[in-house]
Structures are given as C-alpha cells and as structure tokens.
Write a protein that binds this ligand. Structure first.
Ligand code: ATP
Length: 459
C-alpha cells in the first residue's frame, strides 16, 4: 500500500491555517482536549452530520430522530450504570506528575500482544511492573497505584445551597433515546423493529492526551438505537455492521484503512460488540462501535423509573421488552478520520507540491469558488457568486494570482473552481476546474449548476 502523506502535525497545522479547527480558548493559553471549529470546519462537520442523518434517519425505513436534553434526571445515570462504574483506571507518574490510563499504557507497550480490556486493575499493575512500562512523557518508571476515576462531569442545579442537587453533563447521547422509547413509539405509531437516532453533545472528563480531536472532553455523538425482538437481534447486528461500513465507503474511505475489531471482553449485558477501527495518523483506533445490548437498557429504565416499557405486538398481542442494537460514532472522531483520509500531497509536473483535501464533494465546506481572472472582472464574478450561492455553498476569492487561489481552495477541499474571464463577458461561459484532476472545461451558468448539483449529492 502506498505510504500516506498525512501526519498529525501536518493536519493540525493545515486545520489551523485554513480556518478548519483552532485550539480551544487559545488566547488564554488553550485548554487541554478542547478545540474550536472555525468557519471552514463548522461547515465540514455540519456536512458530516447531515450525511449521517440522511443515511440513518431520513433514508431509513423505520427510524426517527430526537434531540433530547443534555441535562437529565440523575436517576437515568443510576439506571444506566454510569454513576457506579463509568470510570477509567488512572495512574500518575510520581516523577513528572503526568496522568495516564493504565489500559492505554499497556496497549501502547504490548502492541496488540495482550488486551488490557480483559485485565483487572491488579493484573494491569502487575503487567506494568513486570514489563517495565515507563512514563511516555519523562521515561521514568515510578507509578502510583491505579485509581478509578468517574468520567462524568458533575454540576448542580438550584439557586440556594439547600436546593442543590447534583446533576451530570451527559456522557453519551444514548440515554436520551432510551428514555423516549415509549414517546416515539406511540407518537409515530412505530412497530418493532424501529430505530431512534440522535446527534448531540456528550461530555467526558478524559484524562489521557487527546490526539487532536480524536479524544476530547466535549464532543458530539451520532447514535442510533434499533429496537427489535429477541431472536432477530443478531441478524440486525450483522446488518448494522454492514450499514456502518458502507456509510464509510460512501464517504470516500479506502477499505484498506478500515477494519472490524470484535470486543474480547463483553459487558455483562452485551451479546455481541465490535468496533470499526480506522488507521488514523497515530495508528489504528476505534472510529465507531456497534453493540447488541440485549434488553438491558429498557429493563433497567423500567426498573428505576417504575414505568412499564414493554412493547405489545399489535398482531400477536405478545408483550416484551425489545432488544437494542446500538450504533454509535463520534462526529468529531469521524471528522478527524475524514480529514486524515482526504489529506494528500501531490507532486506536480513542475516539481511543486500541492496540498489537496480530497473530500467527497458532499462533505466539502464550499462546493465551488468563484474567482475573477483579474480584479476588473470582479463585478461579473460577484454577481455570479450571488446567484450561485442561493443554490449551494459557494465562496469567492479575488486576492492573489489565480494559481495561489486554486491552491487555497485545494487546501480546504473545494471541489470546483469557477474562473470568470474575458470570454465570460462574450458568451457567459466560465472555466470549471476540478480539484482532483485539475482539468478544465467551459460551461455556461445553467451548465455549471447542473454539473455541480449532480456531483455534490451524498447517496
Ligand atoms: P474509547 O475507548 O475511545 O474511549 P468508547 O469505547 O468509550 O471510546 P463509546 O462510549 O462506545 O466509546 O462511544 C461511542 C463513540 O463516541 C466512539 O466510537 C467515538 O467515536 C466517540 N467518542 C467516545 N469518546 C470520545 C471522546 N472523548 N472524544 C471524541 N469522541 C469520542
């Protein structure tokens, strides 16, 4: 396989320089594991979320969207098990005071030879000691014992101390779908099997280094819960694996950069679980998860809320609590994968190297850029820009040589550049230059609209 040009440093630098992603709170020295999306990045991320929503809600037979509150009744997190056990095994380096996850240290050291997910805390401590696993920051081997650390951010509601009540920023969006199971089922007259999907923020007090937007403390998840009858669950599990994989291929991922990874250790309630891993610039890592969660979630919510969450089959009158197939992917993590996959450096005939982001056109921030060949063509170019941007997102650039302007658009992945020149004044045609091939054709305005519209759809 050809060596890929992308590295994390190059990606971070390009994202900053081109208004895609900036460090969070940068003028105050930043804040660990937070990032802000810039004017170009917010468009790309919105397009990713839109493509996901289109595929998993709008084009799905029996799936419904919700947008649930981030702050939920604290009992939700007791029922889900997060209050008791949503924690990471953390170790501090006594020398340099940096903080690490024991499982991550072992994973990096063992390079796949052992799986820390199957180890107890004592076993992880013993492994780290025996194998002399040292601190990746200072290189010393002087660790504190493992302590578990709940990842949920706490806050409180109420204005006076007496009425203070501990609540949490949700660490996953999934519970918003589970607690609305009956609401959605009844209002949409949904018959099992059906799905509930949501895109929204989640928060985790992650302690390990983030690898850019791979792991952040505030992130967006795109989750889909599929409610089905026991017995049909494994078939749907297989279908969701296939659908999740196909979605990535349709976004333009090379299948050689993707792989399935079954979980070695299943949660006690889970029947099957796997991740799709992507070969990120820092190595293979989880991009999304697909889990057969059995009837655990709805059963727990039934128990903790006291509300009956059984489904009654309208044909057979059978009552049961549905099984759930969960498909969950981080929008930011997918954004990092999309950026990594799109990044390319191409050596041109004249020896120059151009940076180009080869996004699927549906994902690109702008579908086209209007460029007047010379400044005195700006009025005609701006008029075209104004007309075109009513159809799809278009940017405009008149600064610098045409070659430099093409390069700027390549770097943010704009699929088409439309150059207004003197022939435009004569016959109304513009030059359409393709980002990937750099080939140019001439089309009139109606032709440009049809040409671009045909190529920007995500199907
Ligand atoms: P990890 O093992 O990487 O911590 P996880 O197995 O805890 O992830 P899930 O709880 O299954 O992840 O969350 C589903 C998806 O949400 C992940 O596959 C990932 O895409 C995304 N995700 C989880 N945690 C983060 C985070 N801290 N920052 C960005 N995305 C995240």
């Amino acid at each position: 396989m050809a060596k890929r040009a992308v590295t994390m440093d190059k990606l971070v630098a390009l994202c900053k320089a081109r208004g895609i992603i900036f460090p969070g709170s940068e003028i105050y020295g930043g804040m660990g594991n937070t990032w802000d999306y810039g004017p170009v990045g917010v468009e790309i991320k919105n397009n990713i979320k839109r493509a996901w929503w289109k595929r998993f809600v709008q084009e799905s037979d029996n799936s419904f969207g919700v947008d649930a509150a981030i702050l939920m009744n604290s009992r939700v997190w007791e029922a889900s098990g997060h209050t008791a056990s949503f924690s990471d095994p953390k170790m501090d380096c006594k020398e340099c005071k940096s903080r690490h996850r024991a499982d991550n240290l072992i994973e990096a050291h063992a390079k796949g030879k052992v799986n820390p997910d199957t180890m107890t805390n004592e076993e992880m401590e013993a492994y780290i000691q025996e194998h002399h696993v040292c601190c990746p920051v200072c290189g010393k081997c002087n660790w504190t014992p493992i302590r578990t650390f709940n990842l949920m951010f706490e806050t409180s509601r109420g204005v006076t101390d007496e009425s203070q009540n501990k609540i949490y920023l949700r660490p996953e969006t999934a519970q918003g779908e589970f607690v609305n199971f009956l609401n959605v089922q009844r209002t949409m007259r949904a018959k099992v099997p059906f799905g509930i999907a949501q895109v929204g923020k989640a928060f985790r007090n992650e302690i390990t280094p983030g690898n850019f937007i791979f792991r952040t403390i505030e992130f967006e998840q795109m989750e889909h819960q599929w409610f089905c009858k026991e017995g049909t669950d494994q078939e749907f599990y297989a279908q969701f694996k296939e659908k999740a994989w196909q979605f990535l291929l349709d976004l333009g991922f090379n299948a050689e950069h993707l792989r399935f990874k079954d979980h070695d250790k299943l949660a006690h309630y889970a029947k099957a679980a796997c991740d799709i891993q992507y070969e990120f610039p820092m190595g293979w890592n989880e991009l999304n998860g697909i889990h057969n969660r059995t009837d655990y979630d709805l059963s727990r919510h039934q128990e903790y809320s006291g509300k009956t969450l059984t489904y009654i089959d309208p044909v057979t009158n059978e009552r049961y609590i549905p099984y759930v197939i969960e498909y969950s992917i981080g929008a930011d993590r997918l954004m990092l994968a999309v950026l990594s996959e799109a990044y390319d450096e191409e050596t041109l005939e004249n020896g120059e190297v151009r940076n180009v982001m080869r996004f699927h056109p549906a994902i690109a921030a702008f579908k086209a850029a209007v460029l007047p060949l010379q400044k005195n063509l700006a009025p005609q170019a701006k008029a075209l820009w104004e007309r075109l941007r009513k159809r799809f997102p278009v940017t405009y650039d008149e600064a610098g040589s045409i070659g430099k302007r093409y390069r700027r658009q390549d770097e943010i992945g704009t699929p088409f550049c439309l150059t207004v020149d003197f022939d435009t004044l004569e016959n109304g045609t513009v030059t359409v230059r393709g980002r990937d091939s750099m080939e140019q054709i001439r089309l009139d305005e109606a032709g440009v609209i049809a040409y671009i519209q045909e190529r920007i759809a995500f199907n």
